[in-house]
Design a protein around this ligand. Structure first.
Ligand SMILES: Cc1cc2nc3c(=O)[nH]c(=O)nc-3n(C[C@H](O)[C@H](O)[C@H](O)COP(=O)(O)OP(=O)(O)OC[C@H]3O[C@@H](n4cnc5c(N)ncnc54)[C@H](O)[C@@H]3O)c2cc1C
Length: 344
């Protein structure tokens, strides 16, 4: 059991509701570990609309998705949560003592008496290009949807596909270490930040990056070893074969419920039914807050998830400390809460 990390509460999902759950649990002295497949906190707010304004967070007349995330991170900092980013919460097993063992896609094992599912619209997974025979190339690492270790791409012939921020950021970022970088996009028009587009164009002008306008058509190679990426330009009869070791498609992310569907919980149309007193699922000591849950009258708003997190935290405390009673306190007037927050 030595490689198992123990905590009070495991939270699946570091979106706004998972983050605020850390706050409510922290006020009750409950420690949290969070797992998110994204490499950053904020869920939909940070991934889908970081620069769009939100107008319906109580007492914050306007803030962007990223500002809300940053403020939540600041608010929960006193509770020192442990984040496991870039990992899927993959398997959940009930142990003999009634606690839960969660295993992530990186093999991290977390043990806690309470699990909170704050998985929103599901886990963000990369959109795959519509090519056949991708599986072998994905398994060998010849097709990668995120750059986890930049150094592993040193000296490689890279084809980067896409026209958004990720594709252009990595084009600019990898050119110094790769043997060659070819950027493939279906048209000569890019959605990325203007500054990055300008950098990419300068690299193309210097001959350090090749820009290829066309669509991915296929992959050539054997046993997962990539040899060529086939790219079809509009109007051409046959596709061009671009010699490559690694293809990095950056076509954005989509949301899927993923492994949570296999946790043995009751589901209704990919949502997890909960009661509205405790926000507990069909399995005692597993709670669900935020967009992932369902109950009569549910509104998929961030503020609903915040309310759910407060009630969930009190119920979770009763499971973790069945012999103790919570004394209801206000942060305004309780010196013990203020000490926990580091403001007293
Ligand atoms: C464009 C847009 C505008 C919006 N505007 C507003 C608004 O103005 N006001 C408002 O209240 N709401 C708004 N919303 C909705 C709001 O963003 C959601 O209600 C909110 O993000 C839900 O928060 P959450 O924490 O429940 O889930 P999410 O934000 O979806 O976060 C869930 C996290 O869980 C992770 N995850 C899921 N499954 C797993 C797994 N198995 N392993 C690891 N990680 C996993 C995901 O990667 C994700 O990061 C908007 C949504 C969009 C798309």
């Amino acid at each position: 059991m030595s490689d198992i990390q123990k905590t009070d509460v495991i939270i699946i999902g570091a979106g706004p509701c998972g983050l605020f759950a850390v706050f409510e649990l922290g006020l009750l002295d409950l420690r949290c570990h969070l797992v998110d497949i994204l490499d950053k906190p904020g869920g939909q707010c940070a991934e889908l609309y970081p620069e769009k304004p939100i107008y319906d967070i109580p007492a914050l007349p306007i803030c962007t998705g990223q500002e809300l995330t940053d403020r939540l991170m600041e608010q929960i900092a006193p509770f020192d949560p442990v984040f496991h980013y870039g990992q899927m919460a993959e398997a959940l097993e009930k142990l003999d003592d009634g606690s839960w063992l969660l295993t992530t896609s990186d093999g991290v094992k977390l043990n806690a008496p309470v699990v909170v599912i704050a998985a929103g619209g599901g886990s963000f997974v990369p959109k795959r290009p519509p090519l056949s025979d991708l599986d072998d190339f994905e398994a060998s690492g010849a097709v990668q949807y995120a750059v986890r270790k930049r150094d592993t791409l040193a000296g490689k012939r890279l084809v980067i596909a896409g026209g958004g921020d990720s594709a252009l950021d990595w084009t600019v970022n990898l050119v110094d270490i790769a043997e060659s970088v070819t950027l493939v996009h279906r048209r000569d028009d890019f959605r990325a930040a203007p500054d990055t587009v300008a950098k990419m164009r300068a690299l193309v002008a210097e001959g350090r990056v090749t820009l290829h306008i066309g669509q991915l058509k296929g992959l050539e190679g054997t046993g997962g070893q990539l040899e060529n990426v086939l790219v079809q330009a509009a109007g051409d009869e046959a596709p061009d074969a671009l010699a490559a070791d690694v293809l990095l498609p950056f076509y954005g992310l989509t949301m899927k419920l993923g492994p949570i569907a296999e946790f043995g919980l009751n589901l209704e149309e990919n949502l997890i039914p909960v009661d509205t007193e405790r926000f507990e699922t069909s399995e005692p000591s597993i709670f669900a807050v935020g967009d992932i849950n369902h109950y009569p009258g549910k509104l998929k708003l961030i503020l609903s998830g915040f309310h759910e997190a407060a009630l969930m935290a009190h119920a979770a405390y009763g499971i973790i400390h069945p012999d103790k009673k919570i004394r209801f306190q206000y942060t305004t007037s309780s010196s013990s809460l203020q000490q926990k927050l580091g403001v007293a």
